[in-house]
Design a protein around this ligand. Structure first.
Ligand code: ADP
Ligand code: MG
Length: 314
């Protein structure tokens, strides 16, 4: 049985079948990506990847987008704000309980520079790991001064003194609207919401938008919902297509053209401590995340001029 995620060499055996056409399309997309040149160097974009629903693809999007940006030449810092530490795992970063982590930054004012590690995948891919202690931070922070701004202060201080310019900070949030997520909202300029193309995709979104409005009013007037990403899309089901259409109707400007397909490679990668780019860079999931990175970088931050299309012509 040919593997639809590995487009190498099988095409000629398949003739003109839907699978052959799918593989040909994927090959064409990979070729197009090879010609893309992205420009970095603009002010750091700080993006929080949030959705209070669990399992919608927040962590998967954070790490794979980060890897795709690094691969394209940008420098990225992933801040793992989820006590589960899944983003740290996927980036190959140690996060045992005794590791210095975001917990120490939030509760003890440890500088971010002291906890940041470089992912083995790329020297441009940095991670501020989480540990299980972060689960207690929600409660410990309640009694602390400036509890909502701890992450923002740490990030500002880090970015100001960072030895090399950081192009993107991506903050992976836990599936809740507690103090950790509020710290992310207070620190970020942009909100990226991954939406799973399944039943009840839009459920809970109005609650999330309500929280964002509260944050804008009281903590961070600069926060914008800049991006919505459709994840785990299964083009064979009508449901996924209906959900995608509905989300696009609600958020015509925010939803990216790029859609992330449901892909076994994407879900396997973290168990090897890898992003899908390192695990299977030719797969449909890796291609989709690279296309997403291109779209996100080119669209620019809200209010920033869109980058002109640059493709190398051979
Ligand atoms: P969240 O961080 O929102 O809780 P995750 O990114 O951890 O969600 O994803 C939830 C589960 O779905 C994980 O097991 C992950 O491997 C899987 N998953 C995420 N994106 C995809 C995808 N595009 N294709 C297949 N599985 C996916
Ligand atoms: Mg997660």
């Amino acid at each position: 049985m040919p593997d639809p995620e590995n487009p190498n060499s099988t095409t000629s055996f398949l003739g003109d079948t839907p699978l052959a056409r799918q593989l040909a399309k994927l090959t064409a997309r990979r070729k197009r990506l090879e010609r893309v040149v992205l420009e970095f160097g603009a002010p750091t974009r700080i993006i929080t990847i949030s959705n209070q629903k669990g399992g919608v693809g927040k962590t998967t999007t954070t790490v794979n987008l980060a890897a795709a940006i690094a691969d394209a030449g940008g420098r990225v810092l992933v801040v793992d704000l989820d006590p589960q530490g899944n983003a740290s795992t996927a980036l190959g970063i140690e996060h045992a309980a005794d590791t210095l982590s975001v917990y120490d930054v939030l509760t003890d004012e440890t500088p971010l520079a002291d906890i940041i590690e470089v992912s083995p995948e790329s020297r441009r891919l940095l991670c501020a790991p989480s540990t299980i202690h972060l689960a207690g931070a929600e409660i410990e922070l309640v009694s602390q001064v400036a509890r909502e701004h701890r992450l923002k202060r740490a990030l500002d201080a880090y970015l100001e003194a960072a030895p090399e310019h950081v192009d993107f900070v991506l903050i992976d949030c836990p599936p809740s609207l507690g103090l950790l997520t509020i710290n992310a909202f207070a620190a970020a300029a942009e909100l990226l919401i991954p939406i799973q193309c399944e039943y009840y995709a839009l459920e809970g979104l109005s609650q999330l938008m309500g929280s964002v409005q509260m944050i804008q009013k009281h903590l961070n007037p600069g926060l914008r919902l800049s991006t919505i990403l459709l994840t785990m899309f299964d083009g064979r089901t009508r449901l996924a297509q209906q959900v995608a259409e509905e989300v696009r109707q609600h958020f015509p400007r925010e939803v990216l053209q790029t859609v992330i397909p449901r892909s076994v490679r994407v879900s396997e990668a973290p168990s090897f401590g890898q992003t899908v780019l390192a695990y299977d860079g030719q797969s449909a999931g890796a291609v989709a995340y690279r296309e997403m990175a291109v779209e996100l970088v080119r669209r620019g931050a809200p209010g920033q001029a869109e980058q002109t299309t640059q493709e190398r012509t051979h």
